[in-house]
Structure formats: C-alpha cells, structure tokens
Design a protein around this ligand. Structure first.
Ligand code: ADE
Length: 255
C-alpha cells in the first residue's frame, strides 16, 4: 500500500518509522511519504490559508495550493490543452474533519484494501469546502472522516489514528494475525472486547475469574461472549442497536 500524507507539519509523521509501522515499511508492506503542503505555494510567505469568505474567526486553507498538490499526487493532467483531467489510478483521498461522519472499524477494514491512500491534513478553521467537491466531480474517491466528537488543532493526529487503524489490518502487518480477529469492533458484530487477564491468577487479593483457569474452552468462550455482550450493553448501548439480532443465539438474547 502506498500512503501519501500532506501537512504543513510533515515532521509530525517521523514517528511512522517507529514500532510496527516502521517494521511494515521495512518489510515493504507499505510505503509512507509525508509532504509539506507549502512546497506547492508560489509566494514568498508560502501561505496556505486566507480569511473566511463571509467573515468569522480564523483562517481557511486555500483551494489553489491543495489543488496543485493533489493534481500532482493523483497524477491528474490539468495542463493547458489537456482534455478533462483523468485519474491514472484509483487512489482514495481522505480529509480528517470534525464535521464529518465518524471513522469506524468498518471504514478501516475497507480502506485496508486500497492500493494508495492520500491523506490531507487541514489546519486552522479547516479547508475550503470546494476542494473535496472538485475532486469528487473529477471521479476521485474523496472521504471526509471525524475520529470523534471533539475538536483537535489540526488533522495530523486524526490521520495518525486512521493510518494505524488501517495499516494494522494489512496482511502480514501483525506478528500474530489471530490478535485482530477477536478485537472490539471487528467482524460483523461490533462488540466491546471481553476483559483480559494474565498470571498471577491471584494478585493483591484480586482473583482472575475461576472459569478462565478451568481448561473448559466451551465455557471460557461462553463466559467471554457474555462479558462482551454485557459490557457493550452497559458502556455502549449505541453499538447494541447495531447488532444483527439474527446472529444471536438464545444465551446471547438472555443477556
Ligand atoms: N480535525 C480537528 N478535529 C478533528 C476530529 N475530531 N476528527 C478529524 N479531524 C479533525
């Protein structure tokens, strides 16, 4: 998978060389390039923003700078005399935005199948709304996602979050692929994960639930599933509403 990230703080993504993401790049599973949006400016101040049309606080990122950048990364030919701009391949462009639909595990899973992702990090009061409109009209798959109901200073942290959620699903990324199978939100059932324990089974007066040491795998599975259902209904009732009831057995329904 090829990943391009555009930001006015590309150094922010130096951390992508660390940990499992770094290993995945070394293994050739993915290639991450961070670009400085200011490289596509032409004025002495390398300005990327301007005041909002209609008034209001803050600054808005200019469409011309983003379009020069995205045309190049997308391989769109907009030179004079060229026919309609055409997309050489099918990269997906993603803009983090606090006023967009929530990014979910299902999105991460879908995007992990893409060949190329281009992330655009907004700053200040955001980016000119015509940027995603324009590229959608050119046939580009442009997504806007929020990572949660809070406002960050810019899109960089949101991109780091989405990137990690997406890339860890790439085949070969995780040392043990089993570890993503039973995680919260994975698969068709968006359940919170059951609680985990390790040794010692008794610690500071607190014991691991006895059933987990019983060696009875059927009972352990049932215990964990009950706990997942119970925790989800207590902590995230919104997820319970999304459960496919036809997939529940009679023990599940009792919960
Ligand atoms: N930019 C600022 N806040 C954000 C959020 N919550 N999600 C995505 N992008 C953002």
């Amino acid at each position: 998978m090829k990943i391009d990230i555009v930001s006015v703080f590309p150094e922010y993504f130096d951390v992508m060389k660390l940990s499992l993401l770094g290993k995945a790049q070394a293994k050739g599973l993915l290639e991450v390039s961070a670009h400085n949006l200011r490289d596509w400016t032409h004025d002495v101040h390398h300005s990327v923003d301007d005041t909002p049309v209609g008034g209001g606080a803050g600054m808005v990122m200019k469409p011309e700078v983003w379009s020069e950048c995205l045309d190049q990364l997308l391989g769109l030919d907009t030179s004079a005399g060229a026919d309609e701009p055409s997309i050489s391949q099918g990269p997906i462009v993603i803009f983090p935005n606090p006023s967009a639909p929530l990014f979910t595990q299902a999105d991460a899973s879908e995007l992990s199948g893409a060949q190329q992702l281009i992330f655009g990090c907004g700053r200040y009061e955001g980016y000119d709304a015509r940027i995603p409109d324009y590229y959608r009209a050119q046939g580009v798959d442009v997504r806007e996602y929020s990572i949660g109901d809070y406002v960050l200073n810019g899109g960089e942290v949101a991109v780091a979050v989405m990137l990690e959620a997406i890339t860890r699903l790439l085949p070969g990324f995780m040392g043990n692929p089993e570890s993503i199978v039973e995680e919260s939100y994975t698969g068709s059932e968006p359940l919170l994960e059951y609680r985990q324990y390790t040794r010692p089974t008794s610690w500071r007066g607190l014991d691991v639930p006895a059933i987990l040491t019983s060696g009875d795998h059927g009972k352990v599975d049932r215990f964990r599933r009950d706990e997942a259902l119970e925790r989800t209904s207590q902590l995230r009732p919104d997820l319970v509403e999304r459960l496919d009831c036809s997939q529940l057995d009679k023990h599940d329904r009792a919960k």
